[in-house]
Design a binder for this molecule. Structure first.
Ligand code: GLU
Length: 396
């Protein structure tokens, strides 16, 4: 048995692995609290589910759609993006994908040649570097620190630019740190990319989840000079509690979109027709549920920060967006916990799951050993109980 080198050399997704393990333990009756995958605990809003119920009964939606998506959905994405981000796009540039993750992979496949370097500010979401490698590119981590709020400055990006730099992955609000770049910083990054002919893929999936004084800005809007080399990636999973429906999209310059559509026509064809019709309703129907869920996430964010900050040896930078908190656990490493030596956050995550029945994602997969990610998109009671268990366990 000999797997391809590309598969041998890639890592499986730790977020999906932690989520699967926590869900399996729960199903087996273990009282596990899962801070693993970023998945809202809310059901998808009723009006969206009802649109899907209507669609599933209509034979027209039992058929293929164009590989790039239903025309009505591509138009709805353009209209919603214009309304929310101020981006004027062409529906021909939109490709509907199997979640935001698939959109990202399409982009890397469409743009990268072997050896092309891709700048990825770290801590980064686990899948960016692996997808870049699969597409033949070279991921270049740009390490940021909690002292700068985990935001990459133009100066820092410039230090990592070479003649092979093809693409920048820009993410705000960030998974896993919750960092939100102010508009002037987004504009500066966009101008820098444009000046050096660097392509940008901007992952905007957490656009609607910003809190307090933080505000989302779309890179091609605040840096229009970068727009003809920018691909926007987004989706409905986080905003509408639709993780399982698997609908995301890319909005790309037309030549790039053509390349993406060619690829998609050979690999997956269209996203499930019924899911696409549900998303038309999500984007064009009432938006009240979005604000309600955001208010709940904001409340949980504040609880998570307060409870984690109170734990000795744990340091938290307050997240301003998304639904993750990414504390440093460096202060609790290098000890024996429950009879096990814990020197890394990988070991810490294992011991927390085994002993405290709490699932967190270790920072190693995010390019940030010493940290761990907790999603606060879970119920208030579970949130308090789960962090309480971590505190009790670490207190011995
Ligand atoms: N994006 C979410 C997360 O980071 C979903 C799981 C995944 O695809 O990684 O947890």
């Amino acid at each position: 048995m000999s797997l391809s080198r590309r598969i041998d050399e890639m890592e499986a997704s730790p977020t999906m692995a932690v989520d699967a393990k926590a869900k399996a333990l729960k199903a087996a009756g273990e009282p596990v609290i899962g801070f693993g995958a970023g998945e809202p605990d809310f059901p998808t809003p009723d009006h969206i589910v009802e649109a899907a119920q209507r669609a599933v009964k209509d034979p027209a939606s039992h058929r293929y759609t164009p590989a790039a998506g239903l025309p009505a959905l591509r138009e709805a994405i353009v209209a919603k993006t214009a309304a929310d981000s101020g981006l004027q796009a062409d529906a021909a540039g939109v490709t509907v994908t199997n979640g935001g993750k698939h959109a990202l992979y399409n982009v890397f496949m469409a743009l990268l040649d072997p050896g092309d370097e891709v700048l990825i500010p770290a801590p980064y979401w686990v899948s960016y570097p692996e997808q870049v490698k699969l597409a033949g590119g070279v991921p270049v981590a740009v390490a940021t620190t909690k002292e700068t709020g985990f935001r990459a400055s133009v100066e820092l990006l410039e230090q990592h630019r070479t003649s092979r730099t093809k693409l920048l992955v820009f993410v705000s609000p960030s998974n896993p740190t919750g960092a939100v770049y102010p508009a002037d910083e987004v504009a500066a990054v966009g101008r820098w990319a444009a000046e050096h002919g660097i392509w940008v893929v901007t992952d905007e999936i957490y656009q609607h989840l910003v809190y307090g004084d933080a505000a989302f800005s779309s890179l091609p809007v605040v840096a229009p000079e970068a727009a003809d080399r920018t691909i926007v990636v987004s989706g409905v999973a986080k905003t509408y509690a639709m993780t399982g429906w698997r609908v995301g999209w890319s909005i790309a310059p037309l030549e790039v979109a053509k390349g993406i559509n060619k690829l998609q026509s050979q690999i997956t064809s269209n996203v499930a027709n019924v899911s696409q019709l549900a998303v038309v309703e999500a984007l064009t129907g009432p938006q009240d549920a979005v604000a309600e869920m955001r208010a709940a996430f904001d409340r949980r964010r504040r609880i998570a920060v307060e409870l984690l900050s109170a734990i000795d040896g744990v340091e938290v930078v307050e997240p301003e967006g998304a639904f993750y908190v990414f504390p440093s656990f460096e202060g609790v490493l290098g000890r024996d916990l429950a009879g096990r030596r814990v020197d890394t956050t990988l070991q810490l995550a294992d011991v927390l799951l085994d002993e405290a029945k709490v699932a967190v994602v270790p920072g190693e997969g995010f390019g940030a050993p010493g940290y761990a990610r907790l999603s606060y998109a879970l119920g208030d009671d579970d949130l308090a109980e789960g962090i309480g268990r971590i505190a009790d366990f670490l207190a011995g």
